[in-house]
Ligand binder design. Structure first.
Ligand code: UD1
Ligand code: CA
Length: 470
């Protein structure tokens, strides 16, 4: 293929979103809107992608630089939003000199895929080489779209809805979908010819069509399916397009062997392996990865979490920025906060909270515990009600529990402290000093039993109640 550059127009604010956030930064299945057009252009095989930014440009540029770090994606700034034609001029000015072909798309049409873009560029590969091709679509209700006006069956121009001059023109159901492929020479000439001679006083990219056809060039129309062309101008359209995108994501994973129950939510950046199970009400966000055969049960919310093969995340567990090893069991009702790293076969049970804590293979904390800033060794067992007291009001400190340690229930471990390999901490102990390997640490008040004392107590209480009653 000839060297092709893509231009994504994304400089408008998107007034109808009624938001402080610029339109193309609104998330769609977890990724900003602008992501999708750029991805499609790369998937189509474009050698570079130039995103024309304006409103919120710094934020968009920052996002793209991070998300497409390894790919040829750049931004060009349109200082004033003078229309799509002006934006295209800004984009074309940034195109490398050895580019021979340009694809232009709008940043607010996220369902378009690489294959759709390739289809639009297809006619340019033809022997009869038209200099310009554009995506079209027949709509039941074309209101608001630019219409394709033909002469003797050939595309003669695109006229914006507001500029239509007759009922005949308004009745035209063939619309301009907003995706163009052109040879760069013709495009440069056509863009130079634009004038703001229209209802909005803007430079319309669509006027390149009339320019090319008047110059005797053949303009090819490529019909695309309506469901990939839906654009986003307001939040109702955002929700509708998100629902379609989500259905596409779920279908793709199901066809790859994943069980995704109705009612699960899976964002666009998530990766699932065959035989994984995602139950209803589970929400998988960000860069979450679920390995083979792992189960994410009802109501779990996982954000940037990797789950190993065969692990089970039981209902209503919440995990963020964490790793869960193969065959581990988590939950129900567990909370793994950032930087929790559970090795294989770890068990973390109900009402256990971990934060910045690693747990070695087979370590267990099955009930009601807070493990913050901890290092827990292989096979250690943390009893119910254990608390790692990691915060002294000023700084966080680390608790180190070595392999094979047993911590009895209701113990407080006051960090910084190390409990040596194989040591045993008696139930109810407050550990404030290091415990040597294989030692027993016990720190609690000595119990005293007073024989026959309970009836005396009961009599005393009864008397007190009787006095109160009078
Ligand atoms: C545009 C087309 C219309 C087509 C429709 C398809 C024009 C003149 N009209 O109309 O024929 O049917 O898309 O969805 O092109 N933008 C800039 N800089 C600007 C103006 C816009 O970057 O100065 C960007 C916007 O951020 C947006 C895109 O261009 O992503 C399209 O602009 P928009 O105003 O939404 O055009 P439509 O009215 O939808
Ligand atoms: Ca639009």
């Amino acid at each position: 293929m000839e060297r092709t550059s893509a231009i994504v127009l994304a400089a408008g604010h998107g007034t109808r979103m009624k938001s402080a956030t610029t339109k193309v930064m609104h998330p769609l299945c977890g990724l900003p809107l602008v992501h999708f057009g750029v991805r499609a252009a790369l998937d189509a095989g474009c050698e570079d992608v130039i995103v024309v930014v304006g409103h919120g440009g710094a934020e968009v540029t920052k996002y793209l630089a991070g998300a497409f770090r390894a790919e040829p994606v750049r931004t060009a700034v349109q200082e004033m939003q003078r229309g799509t034609g002006d934006a295209a001029r800004v984009g074309v000015a940034a195109v490398p000199t050895d580019t021979s072909r340009v694809l232009i798309l709008y940043g607010d049409v996220p369902l378009v895929r690489g294959e759709d873009l390739r289809a639009v560029a297809g006619p340019l590969d033809d022997q009869s080489t038209p200099a310009l091709a554009l995506a079209t679509c027949l709509l039941e209700d074309p209101t608001g779209y630019g219409r394709i006006l033909r002469k003797d069956g050939r595309i003669a121009e695109v006229r914006e809805h507001r500029d239509l001059q007759s009922d005949d023109e308004r009745a035209v159901r063939e619309i301009n979908a907003g995706i163009y492929a052109a040879s760069v020479g013709v495009l440069r000439e056509a863009l130079a010819s634009l004038s703001p001679n229209n209802a909005q006083g803007e430079l319309y990219l669509t006027d390149v069509v009339a320019f090319a056809s008047n110059a005797g060039e053949r303009v090819a129309g490529v019909a695309l399916r309506e469901d990939v062309l839906a654009g986003i101008n307001d939040r109702d359209q955002l929700a509708a397009v998100e629902a379609r995108l989500h259905a596409r994501i779920v279908r793709q994973w199901r066809l790859q062997g994943v069980t995704v129950r109705d009612g699960a939510r899976i964002e666009a950046g998530v990766v699932l392996e065959p035989d994984a199970v995602v139950e209803s009400g589970a929400v998988l966000r960000g860069t979450t990865r679920i390995a083979r055969g792992a189960v994410v049960d009802v109501g779990c919310v996982l954000t940037n979490v990797s789950v190993g093969e065969g692990a089970r995340i039981k209902p209503y567990s919440v995990a963020t920025d964490s790793k869960i090893g193969p065959r581990a069991h988590v939950g129900p009702f567990a909370h793994l906060r950032a930087e929790s790293d559970l090795a294989e076969d770890v068990h973390v049970g109900n009402f256990v909270e971990t934060k910045k804590t690693t747990m070695g293979p087979g370590a267990k904390a099955n009930h009601l515990a807070y493990l913050g800033d901890g290092v827990v060794g292989e096979g250690a067992n943390i009893g119910a009600g254990t608390i790692f007291c990691n915060y002294d009001g000023a700084q966080k400190h680390t608790t180190t529990i070595e392999a094979g340690v047993f911590i009895g229930s209701d113990s407080q471990i006051v960090a910084p402290v190390t409990i040596g390999k194989g040591a045993y901490v008696a139930t109810g102990t407050t550990v404030t000093r290091d415990v040597p390997p294989d030692a027993l640490a016990i720190g609690r008040a000595v119990q005293e039993n007073k024989e026959g004392y309970a009836p005396k107590l009961r009599a005393r209480f009864a008397a007190a109640m009787a006095r109160k009653g009078k």
